[in-house]
Design a protein around this ligand. Structure first.
Ligand code: AQP
Length: 331
Protein backbone atom coordinates (compact mmCIF):
# COMPACT_ATOMS: atom_id res chain seq x y z
CA UNK A 1 0.00 0.00 0.00
CA UNK A 2 1.07 3.57 -0.64
CA UNK A 3 -1.17 5.78 1.50
CA UNK A 4 -4.60 4.21 1.14
CA UNK A 5 -3.88 2.86 -2.31
CA UNK A 6 -3.02 -0.66 -3.37
CA UNK A 7 -0.10 -0.92 -5.78
CA UNK A 8 -0.20 -2.06 -9.40
CA UNK A 9 2.85 -2.90 -11.53
CA UNK A 10 3.13 -4.16 -15.09
CA UNK A 11 5.46 -3.89 -18.06
CA UNK A 12 5.81 -4.43 -21.78
CA UNK A 13 9.05 -5.24 -23.62
CA UNK A 14 10.18 -2.85 -26.37
CA UNK A 15 11.10 -5.94 -28.38
CA UNK A 16 9.02 -5.25 -31.48
CA UNK A 17 5.98 -3.40 -32.73
CA UNK A 18 3.20 -3.87 -30.20
CA UNK A 19 0.29 -6.08 -31.22
CA UNK A 20 -3.43 -6.09 -30.46
CA UNK A 21 -2.52 -9.01 -28.14
CA UNK A 22 -0.36 -6.66 -26.05
CA UNK A 23 -3.12 -4.03 -26.29
CA UNK A 24 -6.16 -6.15 -25.40
CA UNK A 25 -4.37 -8.56 -23.05
CA UNK A 26 -2.42 -5.96 -21.11
CA UNK A 27 -2.16 -2.21 -21.89
CA UNK A 28 -5.89 -1.55 -22.33
CA UNK A 29 -6.47 -2.92 -18.82
CA UNK A 30 -3.77 -0.76 -17.24
CA UNK A 31 -5.89 2.41 -17.17
CA UNK A 32 -8.64 0.67 -15.14
CA UNK A 33 -6.36 1.05 -12.13
CA UNK A 34 -5.24 4.66 -12.62
CA UNK A 35 -7.85 6.25 -10.37
CA UNK A 36 -7.91 4.01 -7.30
CA UNK A 37 -4.45 2.45 -7.22
CA UNK A 38 -0.85 3.62 -7.17
CA UNK A 39 0.30 2.40 -10.58
CA UNK A 40 3.79 1.74 -11.98
CA UNK A 41 3.97 0.92 -15.70
CA UNK A 42 7.39 0.14 -17.02
CA UNK A 43 9.01 -0.29 -20.43
CA UNK A 44 11.03 -3.43 -19.65
CA UNK A 45 14.09 -2.92 -21.83
CA UNK A 46 16.32 -5.16 -19.66
CA UNK A 47 14.00 -8.06 -20.49
CA UNK A 48 14.14 -7.23 -24.20
CA UNK A 49 17.89 -7.96 -24.46
CA UNK A 50 17.35 -11.65 -23.59
CA UNK A 51 16.81 -11.77 -27.36
CA UNK A 52 19.32 -9.99 -29.63
CA UNK A 53 18.13 -6.44 -30.45
CA UNK A 54 19.39 -3.91 -32.98
CA UNK A 55 20.52 -0.97 -30.75
CA UNK A 56 18.88 1.82 -32.79
CA UNK A 57 15.62 -0.13 -32.95
CA UNK A 58 15.63 -0.88 -29.24
CA UNK A 59 16.10 2.83 -28.51
CA UNK A 60 13.30 3.85 -30.91
CA UNK A 61 10.91 1.22 -29.56
CA UNK A 62 11.55 2.31 -26.00
CA UNK A 63 10.23 5.78 -26.89
CA UNK A 64 7.42 4.22 -28.89
CA UNK A 65 6.29 1.93 -26.08
CA UNK A 66 6.15 4.86 -23.68
CA UNK A 67 4.20 6.90 -26.25
CA UNK A 68 1.83 3.96 -26.76
CA UNK A 69 1.18 3.70 -23.04
CA UNK A 70 0.10 7.34 -23.12
CA UNK A 71 -1.82 7.01 -26.40
CA UNK A 72 -3.75 4.10 -24.83
CA UNK A 73 -4.93 6.42 -22.08
CA UNK A 74 -2.25 6.35 -19.37
CA UNK A 75 -1.85 9.86 -18.04
CA UNK A 76 1.69 10.36 -16.64
CA UNK A 77 0.23 12.55 -13.90
CA UNK A 78 -1.82 9.62 -12.62
CA UNK A 79 0.56 6.74 -13.44
CA UNK A 80 4.30 6.36 -12.89
CA UNK A 81 5.60 5.63 -16.41
CA UNK A 82 9.28 4.76 -16.68
CA UNK A 83 12.01 2.70 -18.32
CA UNK A 84 13.32 -0.33 -16.43
CA UNK A 85 17.04 0.27 -17.08
CA UNK A 86 16.72 3.80 -15.61
CA UNK A 87 16.11 2.29 -12.15
CA UNK A 88 19.16 0.16 -11.35
CA UNK A 89 17.43 -1.53 -8.40
CA UNK A 90 15.63 -3.84 -10.86
CA UNK A 91 18.89 -5.49 -11.91
CA UNK A 92 20.23 -5.44 -8.36
CA UNK A 93 17.19 -7.14 -6.82
CA UNK A 94 17.05 -9.46 -9.84
CA UNK A 95 20.51 -10.79 -8.94
CA UNK A 96 19.60 -11.20 -5.28
CA UNK A 97 16.41 -13.09 -6.12
CA UNK A 98 18.40 -15.37 -8.45
CA UNK A 99 19.92 -16.71 -5.26
CA UNK A 100 16.47 -17.59 -3.88
CA UNK A 101 15.16 -19.21 -7.08
CA UNK A 102 15.81 -22.84 -7.90
CA UNK A 103 17.32 -24.10 -11.14
CA UNK A 104 14.49 -26.67 -11.34
CA UNK A 105 11.81 -23.97 -11.07
CA UNK A 106 13.30 -21.95 -13.91
CA UNK A 107 13.75 -25.08 -16.04
CA UNK A 108 10.00 -25.66 -15.96
CA UNK A 109 9.07 -22.27 -17.46
CA UNK A 110 7.32 -22.77 -20.78
CA UNK A 111 8.41 -19.37 -22.13
CA UNK A 112 12.06 -20.39 -21.63
CA UNK A 113 11.42 -23.64 -23.50
CA UNK A 114 9.59 -21.83 -26.35
CA UNK A 115 12.17 -19.06 -26.68
CA UNK A 116 15.09 -21.50 -26.50
CA UNK A 117 13.60 -23.29 -29.47
CA UNK A 118 12.99 -20.05 -31.37
CA UNK A 119 16.46 -18.64 -30.60
CA UNK A 120 18.54 -21.82 -30.52
CA UNK A 121 21.72 -19.86 -31.41
CA UNK A 122 21.39 -17.64 -28.35
CA UNK A 123 20.12 -19.55 -25.31
CA UNK A 124 21.70 -17.12 -22.87
CA UNK A 125 21.56 -17.09 -19.07
CA UNK A 126 19.30 -14.02 -19.13
CA UNK A 127 16.67 -15.93 -21.06
CA UNK A 128 16.78 -18.55 -18.32
CA UNK A 129 16.60 -16.09 -15.39
CA UNK A 130 14.06 -13.78 -17.08
CA UNK A 131 11.34 -14.79 -14.55
CA UNK A 132 13.51 -13.77 -11.56
CA UNK A 133 14.06 -10.33 -13.07
CA UNK A 134 10.30 -10.13 -13.57
CA UNK A 135 9.82 -11.12 -9.92
CA UNK A 136 12.21 -8.32 -8.95
CA UNK A 137 10.25 -5.80 -11.08
CA UNK A 138 7.06 -6.70 -9.25
CA UNK A 139 8.36 -7.18 -5.70
CA UNK A 140 10.45 -3.99 -5.77
CA UNK A 141 7.27 -1.90 -5.55
CA UNK A 142 5.48 -4.09 -2.97
CA UNK A 143 2.95 -4.72 -5.72
CA UNK A 144 -0.55 -6.00 -4.87
CA UNK A 145 -1.91 -6.49 -8.41
CA UNK A 146 -0.20 -7.35 -11.72
CA UNK A 147 -2.36 -6.98 -14.86
CA UNK A 148 -0.94 -9.40 -17.47
CA UNK A 149 -2.04 -11.69 -20.28
CA UNK A 150 -2.57 -15.34 -19.40
CA UNK A 151 0.78 -16.28 -21.02
CA UNK A 152 2.50 -14.66 -18.04
CA UNK A 153 0.61 -16.68 -15.42
CA UNK A 154 3.45 -19.13 -14.81
CA UNK A 155 5.96 -16.31 -14.29
CA UNK A 156 3.62 -14.60 -11.87
CA UNK A 157 3.26 -17.82 -9.87
CA UNK A 158 7.04 -17.97 -9.64
CA UNK A 159 7.19 -14.37 -8.38
CA UNK A 160 4.71 -15.34 -5.67
CA UNK A 161 6.75 -18.42 -4.73
CA UNK A 162 9.97 -16.43 -4.51
CA UNK A 163 8.30 -13.74 -2.37
CA UNK A 164 6.87 -16.36 -0.02
CA UNK A 165 10.22 -18.16 0.23
CA UNK A 166 12.08 -14.94 1.03
CA UNK A 167 9.42 -13.93 3.59
CA UNK A 168 9.66 -17.33 5.23
CA UNK A 169 13.43 -17.08 5.62
CA UNK A 170 13.66 -13.44 6.71
CA UNK A 171 10.19 -12.50 7.95
CA UNK A 172 7.68 -10.26 6.10
CA UNK A 173 9.60 -8.35 3.43
CA UNK A 174 7.64 -8.51 0.16
CA UNK A 175 3.94 -8.20 -0.59
CA UNK A 176 2.80 -11.40 -2.34
CA UNK A 177 1.21 -10.16 -5.60
CA UNK A 178 -2.01 -11.27 -7.28
CA UNK A 179 -2.45 -11.47 -11.06
CA UNK A 180 -5.23 -9.62 -12.85
CA UNK A 181 -6.15 -11.34 -16.09
CA UNK A 182 -9.09 -9.91 -17.95
CA UNK A 183 -11.23 -12.94 -18.81
CA UNK A 184 -12.43 -11.24 -22.03
CA UNK A 185 -9.06 -11.04 -23.73
CA UNK A 186 -6.66 -13.22 -21.78
CA UNK A 187 -5.00 -14.56 -24.89
CA UNK A 188 -5.30 -13.27 -28.43
CA UNK A 189 -4.16 -15.85 -30.95
CA UNK A 190 -2.25 -15.61 -34.22
CA UNK A 191 -4.46 -14.92 -37.27
CA UNK A 192 -2.48 -17.42 -39.35
CA UNK A 193 -2.12 -20.16 -36.73
CA UNK A 194 -4.95 -19.67 -34.24
CA UNK A 195 -3.66 -22.27 -31.79
CA UNK A 196 -0.52 -20.15 -31.20
CA UNK A 197 -0.32 -16.85 -29.30
CA UNK A 198 -0.21 -13.64 -31.33
CA UNK A 199 3.35 -12.46 -30.71
CA UNK A 200 5.15 -9.27 -31.69
CA UNK A 201 8.23 -11.24 -32.77
CA UNK A 202 6.28 -13.45 -35.20
CA UNK A 203 7.96 -13.26 -38.60
CA UNK A 204 4.70 -13.86 -40.48
CA UNK A 205 3.29 -10.33 -40.89
CA UNK A 206 -0.18 -11.66 -41.73
CA UNK A 207 -0.41 -13.47 -38.40
CA UNK A 208 -0.15 -10.32 -36.34
CA UNK A 209 -2.15 -7.09 -36.18
CA UNK A 210 -0.04 -4.25 -34.84
CA UNK A 211 -1.60 -1.40 -32.88
CA UNK A 212 -0.11 1.03 -35.39
CA UNK A 213 -1.15 -0.82 -38.56
CA UNK A 214 -2.99 1.30 -41.15
CA UNK A 215 -6.68 0.57 -41.72
CA UNK A 216 -5.82 -1.06 -45.07
CA UNK A 217 -3.34 -3.41 -43.42
CA UNK A 218 -5.79 -4.30 -40.66
CA UNK A 219 -8.53 -5.08 -43.19
CA UNK A 220 -6.17 -7.13 -45.36
CA UNK A 221 -4.93 -9.20 -42.42
CA UNK A 222 -8.42 -10.01 -41.15
CA UNK A 223 -9.54 -10.89 -44.67
CA UNK A 224 -6.72 -13.48 -44.78
CA UNK A 225 -7.33 -14.79 -41.24
CA UNK A 226 -7.52 -18.58 -40.96
CA UNK A 227 -11.01 -19.86 -40.07
CA UNK A 228 -12.51 -23.28 -40.88
CA UNK A 229 -14.75 -24.92 -43.44
CA UNK A 230 -18.12 -24.97 -41.69
CA UNK A 231 -19.07 -21.34 -42.44
CA UNK A 232 -20.79 -20.76 -39.11
CA UNK A 233 -19.88 -17.97 -36.68
CA UNK A 234 -19.98 -19.81 -33.36
CA UNK A 235 -17.69 -19.73 -30.32
CA UNK A 236 -16.27 -23.19 -29.72
CA UNK A 237 -12.97 -24.78 -28.71
CA UNK A 238 -12.87 -26.79 -31.92
CA UNK A 239 -13.17 -23.54 -33.95
CA UNK A 240 -10.01 -21.68 -32.75
CA UNK A 241 -9.81 -19.27 -35.72
CA UNK A 242 -13.44 -18.13 -35.57
CA UNK A 243 -13.41 -18.03 -31.74
CA UNK A 244 -10.31 -15.83 -31.80
CA UNK A 245 -11.96 -13.41 -34.25
CA UNK A 246 -15.07 -13.35 -32.04
CA UNK A 247 -12.91 -12.53 -29.00
CA UNK A 248 -11.32 -9.63 -30.89
CA UNK A 249 -14.71 -8.42 -32.17
CA UNK A 250 -16.20 -8.61 -28.67
CA UNK A 251 -13.27 -6.64 -27.22
CA UNK A 252 -13.70 -3.80 -29.73
CA UNK A 253 -17.52 -3.66 -29.82
CA UNK A 254 -18.56 -4.74 -26.33
CA UNK A 255 -21.03 -7.23 -27.85
CA UNK A 256 -21.49 -10.66 -26.23
CA UNK A 257 -20.73 -13.93 -28.03
CA UNK A 258 -24.50 -14.65 -28.28
CA UNK A 259 -25.11 -11.25 -29.90
CA UNK A 260 -22.26 -11.88 -32.35
CA UNK A 261 -23.59 -15.33 -33.23
CA UNK A 262 -27.04 -13.82 -33.90
CA UNK A 263 -25.60 -10.92 -35.91
CA UNK A 264 -23.83 -13.27 -38.32
CA UNK A 265 -26.35 -16.10 -38.34
CA UNK A 266 -26.67 -17.36 -41.93
CA UNK A 267 -23.99 -14.97 -43.23
CA UNK A 268 -20.62 -16.15 -44.55
CA UNK A 269 -17.19 -15.58 -43.02
CA UNK A 270 -16.49 -12.83 -45.58
CA UNK A 271 -18.95 -10.42 -43.92
CA UNK A 272 -17.80 -11.43 -40.47
CA UNK A 273 -14.11 -10.83 -41.18
CA UNK A 274 -14.92 -7.45 -42.72
CA UNK A 275 -16.84 -6.44 -39.58
CA UNK A 276 -14.01 -7.58 -37.27
CA UNK A 277 -11.49 -5.62 -39.37
CA UNK A 278 -13.66 -2.46 -39.32
CA UNK A 279 -14.22 -2.66 -35.56
CA UNK A 280 -10.54 -3.22 -34.86
CA UNK A 281 -9.31 -0.46 -37.22
CA UNK A 282 -11.87 2.03 -35.85
CA UNK A 283 -10.98 1.12 -32.26
CA UNK A 284 -7.28 1.65 -32.92
CA UNK A 285 -7.59 4.89 -34.94
CA UNK A 286 -7.61 7.28 -31.94
CA UNK A 287 -4.60 5.46 -30.43
CA UNK A 288 -2.70 5.84 -33.72
CA UNK A 289 -3.47 9.55 -33.96
CA UNK A 290 -2.45 10.26 -30.38
CA UNK A 291 0.71 8.17 -30.80
CA UNK A 292 1.79 10.26 -33.81
CA UNK A 293 1.23 13.46 -31.85
CA UNK A 294 3.28 12.21 -28.87
CA UNK A 295 6.17 10.88 -30.97
CA UNK A 296 6.60 14.31 -32.53
CA UNK A 297 7.84 15.66 -29.19
CA UNK A 298 10.67 13.45 -27.95
CA UNK A 299 11.83 15.97 -25.37
CA UNK A 300 8.46 15.69 -23.68
CA UNK A 301 8.72 11.89 -23.63
CA UNK A 302 12.19 12.21 -22.08
CA UNK A 303 10.83 14.47 -19.34
CA UNK A 304 8.18 11.87 -18.54
CA UNK A 305 10.75 9.04 -18.47
CA UNK A 306 12.96 11.04 -16.14
CA UNK A 307 10.19 12.03 -13.73
CA UNK A 308 8.84 8.45 -13.76
CA UNK A 309 12.27 6.95 -13.04
CA UNK A 310 12.90 9.40 -10.17
CA UNK A 311 9.62 8.49 -8.56
CA UNK A 312 10.01 4.73 -9.12
CA UNK A 313 13.57 4.86 -7.72
CA UNK A 314 12.27 6.52 -4.56
CA UNK A 315 9.95 3.58 -3.82
CA UNK A 316 12.50 1.01 -5.02
CA UNK A 317 15.10 2.39 -2.57
CA UNK A 318 12.78 1.72 0.36
CA UNK A 319 12.40 -1.94 -0.57
CA UNK A 320 16.11 -2.33 -1.30
CA UNK A 321 17.21 -0.99 2.06
CA UNK A 322 14.86 -3.45 3.77
CA UNK A 323 16.13 -6.35 1.62
CA UNK A 324 19.79 -5.48 2.19
CA UNK A 325 19.28 -5.31 5.93
CA UNK A 326 17.42 -8.64 6.03
CA UNK A 327 20.02 -10.47 3.94
CA UNK A 328 22.83 -9.13 6.11
CA UNK A 329 24.66 -6.72 3.82
CA UNK A 330 26.60 -4.01 5.61
CA UNK A 331 24.87 -0.68 5.19
N1 AQP B 1 -1.42 -12.60 -27.66
C1 AQP B 1 -1.59 -12.05 -26.47
N2 AQP B 1 -2.80 -12.06 -25.87
C2 AQP B 1 -2.98 -11.48 -24.65
N3 AQP B 1 -1.99 -10.86 -23.97
C3 AQP B 1 -0.77 -10.82 -24.53
N4 AQP B 1 0.41 -10.30 -24.13
C4 AQP B 1 1.34 -10.54 -25.08
N5 AQP B 1 0.80 -11.20 -26.12
C5 AQP B 1 -0.51 -11.41 -25.81
C6 AQP B 1 0.61 -9.58 -22.89
O1 AQP B 1 1.26 -8.36 -23.18
C7 AQP B 1 2.09 -8.00 -22.07
C8 AQP B 1 3.42 -7.59 -22.54
O2 AQP B 1 4.08 -8.67 -23.16
P1 AQP B 1 5.64 -8.62 -23.29
O3 AQP B 1 6.05 -7.55 -24.20
O4 AQP B 1 6.26 -8.54 -21.96
O5 AQP B 1 6.09 -10.00 -23.85
P2 AQP B 1 5.39 -11.22 -24.39
O6 AQP B 1 4.33 -11.75 -23.51
O7 AQP B 1 6.51 -12.17 -24.68
O8 AQP B 1 4.73 -10.61 -25.70
P3 AQP B 1 5.03 -10.97 -27.16
O9 AQP B 1 4.20 -10.08 -27.99
O10 AQP B 1 4.87 -12.44 -27.38
O11 AQP B 1 6.55 -10.54 -27.29
P4 AQP B 1 7.76 -11.32 -27.89
O12 AQP B 1 7.32 -11.73 -29.27
O13 AQP B 1 8.87 -10.33 -27.89
O14 AQP B 1 8.03 -12.49 -27.00
C9 AQP B 1 2.10 -9.19 -21.12
O15 AQP B 1 1.24 -8.92 -20.04
C10 AQP B 1 1.56 -10.30 -21.95
O16 AQP B 1 0.88 -11.25 -21.15
Amino acid sequence: MIGDNKIVFSGVQPSGNLTIGNYLGAIKNFSRFSEDYKTFYCVVDLHAITVRQVPAELRRRTYETLALYMACGLDPKKNTLFVQSHVSAHAELGWMLDCYTMFGELSRMTQFKDKSQKHSQNINAGLFTYPTLMAADILLYQTDVVPVGVDQKQHLELARDVAERFNQIYGPTFTVPEGYMSTDTMKIMSLAEPTAKMSKSDTNQNAVVYILDSKDDVMRKFKKAVTDSDACVRYSEDKPGVSNLMTIYRAFTGKTFEEIEREFDGRGYGDFKLAVGEACADGLAPVRDEFARLMADKAHLEEIMKAGADEAAYYARKTMSKVRRKIGFVN
